[in-house]
Design a protein around this ligand. Structure first.
Ligand SMILES: Cc1cc2nc3c(=O)[nH]c(=O)nc-3n(C[C@H](O)[C@H](O)[C@H](O)COP(=O)(O)OP(=O)(O)OC[C@H]3O[C@@H](n4cnc5c(N)ncnc54)[C@H](O)[C@@H]3O)c2cc1C
Length: 494
């Protein structure tokens, strides 16, 4: 590291997204200072579920084994009418394509505590109780002013990422505006603990009752969450009163056994920052985008940002890649996030219908669809496109599946963090920083049939997997390496 920089990377904000970015960047060899203004992690849950892509990222960080016991795999995600008829019913596969269950219910503070513990193990420098105030940047780095215990100091880093949440002081410092989807609904969120859950169902449900739209979720362990939409004219003070809450949960016959852990009013909305990179400063997580929670994807999207960004920063700082690859971050991530926001808003519009006639019509239409045999399958999010780090070859931009060996070993355990070329007829060596994974070799044997099938389907010999597990290109090994060399800006051997 040059004497001009105290750190390669300054991460502002240690919510789940800052945690994930700090861990992944540290794993890839960057020196990281991560700060949070709060001396302790946010103690109360917000995210209720995350998906298999995120567990795969936790696997890479080295914490999946610690997080798994803190989670519960819900049976289903359902949308029901006020009278209980099923409008949508998404089963949760216990083993999805990426090597983990499709959905996990979590207790966010417990998961964040595991991530924090891991950061210390990975050697990142963590400063809690330290507030980011302002920044200046030039072509060589970023100087940030930090405040701790009343003392101000400057820290110089090559790059700064604002993972500082929805109000993001980093985004404010850059003057970046938010594009607003104009979906804006106030909801009461009620988190509870039950020593005796009794017959409370172990599901995630949207109850599409025009009298009062409700979300109900069995979270992990003894925790259960309800979310109640506020109707026009209802005010927080009345809605948060104990008597109102007892009335709201009355249909579940559980008020006497329930300990209220937290009650709060949130506004659910869809917002996207217009710019995710300004020179050497980038935004990730809620600082870059916010969405209503109906798809359970806000935190997931932020952790995907971290996975997308960490390897690119490392490639630029340590791997000699051209700096312009950082522009692919927003190019790839924004359409993905927007697709999810639009799905979440569409789900929200189904749930948040207060007009009884419109709700009755919705119920008739959706019940007719179900009666005609429509099956609900998990929502598939788009592949990545554009930006030069996704080629035009088949499957490029998709996440590589993660098969499991008969002994339970997951494929990703063979990856060493570099881009990987997996397949048949590989060169014996390459000058590029690329791991070669020959399907004929002994360690690959348990996964050979799964990947042979996958490659045969697209008529390819090999696939180049980026460090974030997305497919860069498929085809012939030599052609793929040439494409990668050109894309990343690394020279290829003559
Ligand atoms: C009711 C509800 C339900 C949700 N359900 C889900 C769900 O089921 N699944 C899902 O994936 N997502 C869900 N989400 C969204 C999810 O909680 C957020 O997207 C996620 O917590 C955002 O993480 P983050 O790290 O980007 O920001 P945050 O968690 O907000 O962290 C930002 C951090 O930055 C710090 N910070 C701020 N300013 C400064 C400063 N000046 N200096 C230093 N530090 C600073 C803060 O102290 C904080 O620790 C839900 C959200 C809500 C509200």
């Amino acid at each position: 590291m040059s004497r001009n920089h105290d750190y390669d990377l300054l991460v502002v904000g240690l919510g789940p997204v800052g945690d994930a970015l700090t861990a992944l960047a540290s794993l890839r060899g960057l020196s990281v200072l991560a700060i949070d203004k709060s001396p302790t992690p946010f103690p109360l849950p917000r995210a209720a579920v995350f998906d298999h892509e995120i567990m795969r990222i936790f696997q890479e960080i080295g914490v999946a084994g610690r997080i798994l016991p803190l989670c519960r795999v819900p049976d289903r995600y359902q949308f029901r009418t006020a009278s209980g008829d099923l409008l949508l019913d998404f089963p949760v596969k216990p083993l999805g394509a990426f090597g983990w269950a499709e959905t996990y219910a979590l207790h966010q503070p417990a998961v964040e505590a595991v991530l924090r513990e891991r950061l210390a193990e990975l050697g990142a420098t963590i400063e809690l109780g330290t507030t980011f105030e302002e920044l200046e940047q030039d072509g060589d780095g970023v100087t940030a002013t930090l405040l701790r215990d009343g003392e101000r100091r400057s820290v110089r880093a090559r790059y700064l990422v604002g993972c500082d949440g929805s109000w993001s002081p980093v985004r404010e410092a850059l003057g970046i505006k938010l594009d607003d989807y104009r979906f804006d609904e106030p909801w009461l969120v009620l988190d509870t603990i039950f020593d005796e859950p009794g017959d409370l169902p172990i599901v995630c449900q949207q109850i599409c009752d025009p009298q009062r739209p409700v979300t109900y979720m069995a979270m992990s362990g003894k925790r259960f969450r309800w979310e109640f939409m506020l109707k026009p004219g209802e005010v927080p003070e009345t809605m948060l009163a104990d008597a109102t809450i007892r009335d709201l949960v009355a249909p579940w016959n559980c008020a006497d056994r329930m300990q209220v852990e937290r009650k709060a009013i949130y506004r659910f909305h869809g917002l996207v920052a217009e710019k995710w990179r300004d020179g050497r400063v980038l935004l990730a997580g809620d600082a870059a985008h916010q969405m209503p929670p109906f798809a359970g994807q806000g935190m997931c999207s932020g952790i995907r940002d971290a996975a997308n960004l960490a390897w690119k920063l490392a490639a630029v700082v340590l791997g000699g890649a051209r700096e312009s690859i950082l522009d692919t971050y927003q190019v790839e991530r924004e359409p993905h996030v927007r697709a999810i926001i639009e799905t979440a808003i569409a789900m929200g519009k189904v749930v948040c219908m207060l007009d009884p006639d419109a709700a009755a019509q919705r119920d008739r239409d959706m019940l007719a669809r179900k009666a005609a045999g429509a099956q609900d399958v998990s929502v598939a999010y788009p592949d990545l496109h554009g930006g030069g780090l996704i080629s035009q070859t088949p499957q490029a931009g998709a996440l590589l599946p993660q098969p499991q060996a008969p002994n339970g070993q997951r494929f990703d355990t063979l990856l060493n963090g570099a881009p990987a070329l997996l397949g048949r007829h590989l060169p014996a060596e390459t000058e590029l920083d690329v791991q070669l994974l020959d399907l004929e070799s002994v360690p690959l044997a348990p996964f050979r049939s799964a990947f042979d099938r996958w490659l045969d389907e697209i008529n390819a010999d090999a696939v180049l997997i980026r460090p974030d597990r997305h497919v860069f290109a498929t085809g012939r090994a030599d052609e793929i390496l040439n494409l990668w060399s050109a894309a990343i800006g690394q020279p290829i051997a003559a």
